[in-house]
Design a protein. Structure first.
Length: 138
């Protein structure tokens, strides 16, 4: 099972240092090396660092179609053991039609054999600080 994340296509530049403390030494984590370790995610990141965003509602096919009618949608795939995969904005409509729509799980009970190639996506809307997903320019 793969978690699919949606972010507004436009927003403020996100560049924040992610630090953790070991003993008395502060280490800066290299975000380009981060991997998804568990689902659901608690944080989003790019190779430049973490993104300040909060997970919102779970989305169904109609919700995603409505977001796409407003403008481009940033699709992000979270798959355990892999880095986050940010889908190019120019490909958002094709990605939706060919990849997400046939594999989108919406019910509470998920049977992987019910989906092509036995995998599915669960979609969640994420809202980045200072953005509004209802006003997402194309």
């Amino acid at each position: 099972m793969i978690l699919l994340l949606l972010l507004p296509a436009e927003g403020p530049p996100w560049r924040i240092a992610f630090c953790f403390r070991l003993g008395f030494t502060i280490k800066v984590m290299d975000s380009s090396l981060r991997r998804v370790t568990c689902l659901p995610l608690e944080q989003l990141w790019r190779s430049t660092g973490p993104i300040i965003a909060s997970r919102g509602r779970r989305l169904n096919a109609e919700d995603i179609a409505n977001l796409l009618r407003v403008g481009r949608v940033q699709f992000v795939i979270a798959d355990v053991g892999h880095p986050l995969q940010w889908i190019d904005l120019a490909d958002c409509y094709n990605f939706w039609k060919s990849e997400v729509k046939p594999h989108l799980a919406t019910g509470e009970r998920i049977v992987l054999d019910d989906f092509p190639d036995s995998y599915c996506y669960i979609a969640s809307e994420w809202n980045a600080a200072g953005t509004d997903t209802t006003d997402c320019p194309a």
